[in-house]
Design a binder for this molecule. Sequence first.
Ligand code: ATP
Ligand code: LTN
Length: 329
Amino acid sequence: MKEQKTIFSGIKPSGDLTIGNYIGAISQWVEMQERSNCIFSIVDYHAITVKQNPDDLRRRVLDITKIYLAAGINPKRSIIFQQSTVPAHTELAWILNCSGAYMADLKKMTQYKDKAGDKEEAISVGLFGYPVLMAADILLYDTQAVPVGDDQKQHVELTRDIAKRFNNEYGPIFTIPEAVVKKEGARVMSLLEPSKKMAKSDGSANAFIALLDDPELAKKKIMKAVTDSGTDIDYDPENRPALANLLTIYAQLGNRQIPRLVRDYAGKGYGDFKKDLGEVVGKFLTEFQTKFNEISDDDAQAVLEEGRKQAQEITEKKMTQIRQAIGVR
Ligand code: ATP
Ligand code: LTN
């Protein structure tokens, strides 16, 4: 029998998860868990690289656990855990800060450049080192594949470089991981500015649809979404990015093929299209939230505790190997 691949991915509890997080990341995880050993984390130590309200942070960790479960992640097959409860993550991040991670590489990260803007002097060291903690997350589990949205590919590339440098110095300790990005839906765009990715931290709530948004509100957001000039429905991401984004959302949440949608809407206008898309999104959210509401905080806590134990066992073994290799034991 072929050995199963090891998969690791995570989401930071820095806001309300959006349909972008679901389409780009979580929906792939659900498919992968059937044929792989999967580990999915709620990466709270990544969230605190920007200011968080402690009560909101606590609440979101539980809500994201429930979102993973409601989306179909099976805790009997996959490990679900909270990053900060497994100390090896920050320990390895420190070691990689010293061996493998270079300032020059970190400075090139698009996410860092976007978040730091031109105020580099007042940026926390944590925000700068964010990708090193992500590398630690991935490398601790001998991960082969990292299913993420398009925006995280650069961080996985950096993880590969860090792992290779470490291995060159200390021997073959780390597996070199690969990013896995969906062909369609890897970058869901903002509903208001289709040149920007849909992000949970967007200041304008009409730019994104949260997985826990009231379905009626979500329909209104779709009706307010910007569209391109023109009236017919066709798929042309270059010239009509706003419409292409709405078609992608329709296809992903409604389980349809884009060419088929384009054929079905031939001769119809934006109004009909948006109304139907609103129904598709509304139905998806209603079904998703029904499952979400069936899961209690206690259930979520129990899943996290079981996941912590399993992650702790794997990472302790790996850390023993790493500590030996660098000579602190
Ligand atoms: P923030 O807005 O706080 O930076 P985010 O919405 O980008 O957060 P993350 O926690 O950074 O969310 O991302 C979790 C996962 O969801 C990652 O794999 C990321 O690539 C994916 N993802 C996030 N936004 C999108 C999107 N708009 N389209 C596709 N995938 C996305
Ligand atoms: N940086 C990622 C979240 C993240 C992650 C990970 C994703 C932290 N550690 C490990 C995959 C694997 C983001 O989406 N912003």
